[in-house]
Design a protein around this ligand. Structure first.
Ligand SMILES: Nc1ncnc2c1ncn2[C@@H]1O[C@H](COP(=O)(O)OP(=O)(O)OP(=O)(O)O)[C@@H](O)[C@H]1O
Ligand SMILES: [Mg+2]
Length: 463
């Protein structure tokens, strides 16, 4: 599997790489603009800077470096990249997902399993009558955004990043706090268990690791406010912190303002990368149409074909039974493999949903790896990866096949601006945006996900 290659930074990237101003540097940009690459080149530069400070005896060794990524797969991916850059003497480099980092540092309590958490929240909130997935996301959002003693701030605040529908007025918010969040917190206390957010809260209040000198957070848009507070609580006073983000690619129910986490962004340390180094114009036009009309803060960038030189074939939609979709995939994979290119077969869910794909690839003798299950970025040279769309975040492949995009896999509400539908639109645009050369999207014709209708018809062809 190919990792991000060594690149020669462009002039817009160089400015970011060489900025040694202390505290926070924000790197924004659309998918494929080289945010992660730039952050890692910056890491190399900052390591040299901090080594110099150690040599000058301004700082006692070791230099402590923390690189946080959002999922396990990406952790492995970045580890490969960082290995040659960061293996300098006198530095201790930790590359973690936030989950790993927080469970290593927080006081060990048993953690409530994610499924149990969802079930508990949905059971407590049944009487409220909200869609159960929406409710569980909303609770996740509220607990992640506010400190436990300030949960009531939720009643009046603007629900950044949560869509317009269903609307959640202040009366409903009070009910969510008193009928769901209150009982949920009480049950955890009674059972003596914690959830992910409790660990973040603990780390935002207690320093449980010596402060880091260099911190890089990739995919910052997936961090809750409490997670961000936890990270900042572990930064050295002089730390150089790089936050990489694109809210247009956010796939979790998250959102906060910088002020809420105590960050005052210096406009001079906030960068926007414009050039797209990954996609073709055709792929970007396709992704862009999925994002059109979504509310976007300054931290979310809608990709634009104007920032790309490269052209390629338009994305292909393949309606039909799963077998027909896989015929297309297998045929294309044979060509791709013969020219040593990489490909990902993505699905909304993964797990058992991939059985048909596994069987079919096995029969065609096409080797593959499963990213979702890997602890680290795979080291073997198989060129075909199977993954959920979510776990492909931050990665890239020459060819992307999204299969089985049927309505049952994208349950959503009805209203204009439905928050779940908006989440899927960002998810699919992000997933298609993994592709360097081509995109294929397959679905059962009479059961197509409502998502398909959001794609501008002029940006794809039917296969
Ligand atoms: N200066 C450059 N010259 C050539 N290629 C580059 C340059 N910078 C980045 N790239 C390439 O562009 C692609 C995208 O880079 P990267 O993954 O860092 O983007 P990103 O902004 O982090 O994307 P995402 O939002 O999807 O995570 C990679 O293949 C990378 O090697
Ligand atoms: Mg990235």
């Amino acid at each position: 599997m190919k990792v991000l290659k060594a690149v020669k930074p462009t002039s817009e990237q160089l400015i970011v790489i060489n900025d040694i101003r202390p505290w926070i540097t924000l790197i924004r940009g659309a998918a494929g603009s080289g945010k992660t690459s730039t952050a890692l080149l910056r890491l190399k530069f900052l390591m040299a800077y901090w080594s110099q400070r150690v040599n000058d005896r301004h700082v006692a060794p070791p230099i402590r470096v923390l690189v946080l990524t959002f999922n396990r797969t990406l952790r492995g991916y970045i580890a490969e990249l960082a290995a040659d850059q960061a293996g300098k003497a006198g530095a201790v480099v930790e590359i973690r997902t936030f989950g790993q980092w927080s469970s290593e540092l927080a006081t060990s309590h048993s953690r409530l399993a994610d499924d149990d958490r969802t079930r508990l929240v949905q059971k407590e909130g049944f009487a409220i009558g909200l869609d159960p997935i929406f409710l569980s996301d909303e609770v996740d959002y509220v607990l992640g955004r506010f400190q436990p003693d300030k949960i009531d701030d939720y009643i009046t605040v603007r629900r950044e990043g949560r869509g317009a529908s269903p609307s959640v007025d202040s009366a409903l918010r009070r009910r969510i706090i008193s009928e769901v969040i209150g009982p949920y917190q009480a049950i955890k206390a009674r059972r003596n268990v914690v959830d992910w957010n409790d660990m973040a809260v603990q780390l935002s209040r207690e320093r449980r690791h010596a402060p880091y000198h260099i911190i890089i957070v990739d995919e910052t848009q997936e961090f809750s406010a409490n997670q961000m507070r936890a990270v900042l609580n572990h930064a050295d006073d002089d730390a150089t912190i790089t936050l990489v983000m694109d809210a247009a690619q956010r796939i979790y129910p998250r959102g906060f303002t910088w002020a809420e986490v105590g960050v005052r962004l210096d406009p001079h340390s906030s960068y926007l990368l414009m050039e797209n180094h990954r996609n073709t114009k055709q792929i970007v036009a396709f992704c862009r149409s999925l994002l059109a009309g979504l509310e976007m803060t300054a931290d979310g960038i809608i990709p634009s074909p104007d920032n790309i030189n490269r052209e390629g074939p338009p994305p292909i939609l393949v309606p039909g039974r799963f077998g027909r979709q896989m015929d297309y995939v297998v045929e294309k994979l044979k060509q791709v493999r013969s020219i040593n290119q990489s490909a990902a077969i993505l699905h909304a869910r993964g797990g058992g949903w991939f059985n048909g794909v596994r069987t079919r690839l096995g029969r065609a003798r096409i080797p593959f790896i499963e990213l979702t299950r890997e602890h680290d970025w795979p080291k073997d040279d198989a060129e075909v990866a199977l993954s959920t769309m979510a776990s492909a975040k931050g990665l890239e492949f020459d060819h992307v096949f999204v299969v089985g995009l049927n309505e049952e896999l994208t349950p959503h509400g009805e209203g204009e601006g439905d928050s779940q539908m908006e989440q899927y639109r960002r998810l699919l645009a992000m997933a298609a945006g993994r592709a360097r050369q081509s995109v294929m999207l397959g679905y059962k014709e009479d059961e197509a996900s409502a998502l398909i209708a959001y794609i501008d018809r002029s940006t794809y062809e039917l296969g």
